[in-house]
Ligand binder design. Structure first.
Ligand code: FES
Length: 136
C-alpha cells in the first residue's frame, strides 16, 4: 500500500461547473492500493450531498465523481466521446451534458442524445465509510 497527496497524484479541477474553476487541494490525501484510490469524503464537501459532482485527476486520469444517492457515488471519464470536451453533471435532469455540441449521457455513461455515439468509460466507485474508493 502506498499513500499520496493530490499534490503528487491528483488535483481538483472543478465542481460540476465544467472547467470554469481550477482548484488545487495539496492537502487532500488519498491512499492507493493496486488500481484503487481512496479519497476521504471529508476533503470533498461537494460530494457530501446528493447531486454534488466534481472532476478530479487521479493517477493521471480525469475522473468525474457524482454523488447520485445517499449510499452511492458514480465515477466516469468526463471526456466526451464526440470531440473531447468535458461533460458536466446536471442534477436536475440526472444526466451528464456536454457543453460543446449537446451530447447527453446517463450515469452509466450511455449516450442518450448525440452527436456522440460511443459511451463514456465507467470506473467502479463506492462509498466505504468516510471514503470514496475508485478503481481505475
Ligand atoms: S464534444 Fe461533446 S458533443 Fe461534441
Amino acid at each position: 500500500m502506498s499513500s499520496s497527496t493530490f499534490g503528487r497524484r491528483g488535483f481538483l479541477l472543478g465542481s460540476g461547473l465544467g472547467l470554469g474553476t481550477l482548484l488545487v487541494l495539496p492537502t487532500v490525501s488519498s491512499r492507493a492500493e493496486g488500481g484503487k484510490v481512496a479519497i476521504p469524503l471529508a476533503k470533498l464537501e461537494v460530494l457530501k450531498s446528493v447531486g454534488g459532482s466534481v472532476v478530479l485527476k487521479l493517477k493521471g486520469k480525469l475522473v468525474l465523481l457524482v454523488r447520485d444517492s445517499a449510499t452511492s457515488v458514480r465515477a466516469l471519464d468526463p471526456v466526451c466521446t464526440h470531440r473531447e470536451c468535458l461533460v458536466a453533471y446536471n442534477p436536475g435532469e440526472n444526466k451528464l451534458k456536454c457543453p460543446c455540441h449537446g451530447s447527453q449521457f446517463d450515469l452509466n455513461g450511455r449516450v442518450v442524445h448525440g452527436p456522440a455515439s460511443r459511451p463514456l468509460a465507467n470506473y467502479a466507485a463506492e462509498l466505504a465509510g468516510e471514503q470514496i474508493i475508485v478503481t481505475l
